[in-house]
Ligand binder design. Structure first.
Ligand SMILES: Cc1cc2nc3c(=O)[nH]c(=O)nc-3n(C[C@H](O)[C@H](O)[C@H](O)COP(=O)(O)OP(=O)(O)OC[C@H]3O[C@@H](n4cnc5c(N)ncnc54)[C@H](O)[C@@H]3O)c2cc1C
Length: 407
């Protein structure tokens, strides 16, 4: 009898699994059920329409360090399918990728449609049957193995193997379906957001970036290094986004109210002290505004002086010891109050999902329900920005597809 493999979710993980399964077992019948009218919707909008497919990081030990959740569990899977395999997968199907200075990889066309078309073509050529507007509503495991699947269209179909690849959107049925067959859900909360800081004087500096900063949330016990960007509503940039990912759960627990400390120039403390001493000794009559000591735009330096409660027209000779200390503290640990978060439009993901200890990472099969497999953002796996989230979807989808074909 023909083996029936059904995949719920027509996103990155679902498509990769469907193609892998159909290519590995051409005799099997592989169906993708997508509840919405659109396939691969997130791939289309991803990376600002360019699709940051993966990251140029081919060492598994380094790769997993980008995953606040799932790092340990993904070591094995990445040894089987990692970014190098993703590059090869797309290139062998006519879509070469390019790498940018920061390691992010995109199709050379700079268009996500190249990735979408490639996946649709590969699925079609492998004989995958794709259904849109047809979602999975309920899973009924059969006593002798396999499933009866109730669909949103009112019909019921059989399946020997079922993959849940319904993504990390808590509004969809994915979590409920996983729970219905015995799984536990780590509470879903957003990751990859920017910090709202209600400080108009900061907003006036929108557009200024500190390329080598350190941002810290002491109560949440997270710290990240990298560029910080001042925006019209607060703090963003790669270091802020990484902080939001590593602190996602703690920030949610504290209802997105936190104290943030920013060191605007990492490793700058010694140079800062030397500059202050030098200005005092050599240019005592000059004002602070006339000779700023950090490598930052003039209006930002003046803002730092004001934040340290020192008038920028103060002469260096008249800078008291306490004021000098305040200036150093402001440059190395500016304090902000976070009050809320904003969506980072280029990429956001869910922290939380199906508990990882309930999944066999050699096959992506459920330990709660034999014959059921799980892949993609539905799992409690997520990463910082840079193509790592899609990589988790490609890897877990590919492994699930191979396993469903051979089981
Ligand atoms: C704006 C944005 C930009 C992003 N850009 C990037 C990027 O450039 N690089 C990167 O690495 N990551 C990026 N991400 C993250 C990345 O898109 C996700 O990690 C990835 O799409 C997860 O893939 P998935 O297949 O698990 O889930 P999804 O892509 O969410 O796909 C799940 C699919 O399942 C369907 N579905 C849900 N319930 C059912 C049901 N009951 N029955 C049938 N179908 C169902 C959904 O409609 C959806 O189509 C971005 C995310 C966003 C929101």
């Amino acid at each position: 009898m023909t083996k029936r493999i059904v995949i719920a979710g027509g996103g990155a993980a679902g498509f990769f699994a469907a193609i892998a399964a159909a290519e590995a077992d051409p005799q099997a019948r592989v169906d993708v059920l997508e509840k919405s009218p659109e396939l691969l919707a997130k791939v289309s909008i991803s990376g600002g329409g360019r699709c940051n497919v993966t990251h140029h990081c081919f060492e598994v030990d380094r790769l997993v360090q980008h995953y606040p959740r799932g790092a340990r569990e993904m070591i094995g899977p990445f040894h089987r399918f990692q970014p190098r395999d993703t590059v090869q997968w797309f290139e062998s199907r006519g879509v070469p990728l390019k790498v940018e200075a920061d390691g992010r990889m995109f199709p050379v066309t700079d268009r996500s449609s190249s990735i979408v078309q490639c996946l649709l073509r590969a699925a079609r050529e492998a004989g995958v049957r794709i259904h849109t507007g047809r979602g999975l509503r309920a899973i009924r495991p059969r006593s002798g193995g396999g499933f009866d699947l109730d669909l949103t269209t009112g019909d019921t179909i059989p399946a020997d193997r079922l993959l849940l690849a319904t993504g990390g959107n808590k509004a969809t049925a994915g979590y409920r379906l996983a729970v219905s067959v015995g799984h536990t859900i780590e509470p879903p909360v957003p990751s990859l957001f920017t910090f709202n800081v209600p400080d108009e004087s900061l907003h006036a500096l929108a557009g200024i970036a500190a390329p080598n900063a350190v941002i810290r949330a002491p109560r949440e016990r997270v710290e990240q290094i990298g560029p910080i960007l001042i925006t019209h509503w607060g703090l963003s940039g790669p270091a802020a986004l990484k902080l939001s990912a590593w602190g996602a759960r703690a920030f949610a627990e504290h209802e997105y109210r936190a104290e943030l400390l920013v060191n605007w120039q990492r490793d700058g403390l010694v140079a800062l002290k030397e500059h202050i001493a030098k200005n005092r000794a050599e240019h005592p009559a000059r004002t602070l505004a006339a000779s700023h000591v950090l490598d930052v735009p003039a209006r930002f330096w003046e803002w730092l002086c004001c934040k340290a409660e020192i008038p920028p027209d103060r002469q260096w000779s008249r800078l008291s010891k306490a004021e000098g200390e305040r200036l150093i503290e402001t440059c190395t640990a500016s304090r902000f109050t976070m009050n809320g978060k904003s969506i980072y439009k280029d990429e956001f993901v869910t922290c939380g999902g199906v508990r990882l200890s309930e999944v066999n990472f050699k096959t992506m099969e459920s330990k709660c329900c034999p014959g059921l497999y799980l892949a993609g953002e539905l799992l409690d796996i997520d990463a910082v920005t840079g193509g790592f989230n899609f990589q988790a979807a490609w890897t877990t989808g590919w492994i699930a597809g191979q396993a469903m074909a051979s089981a």
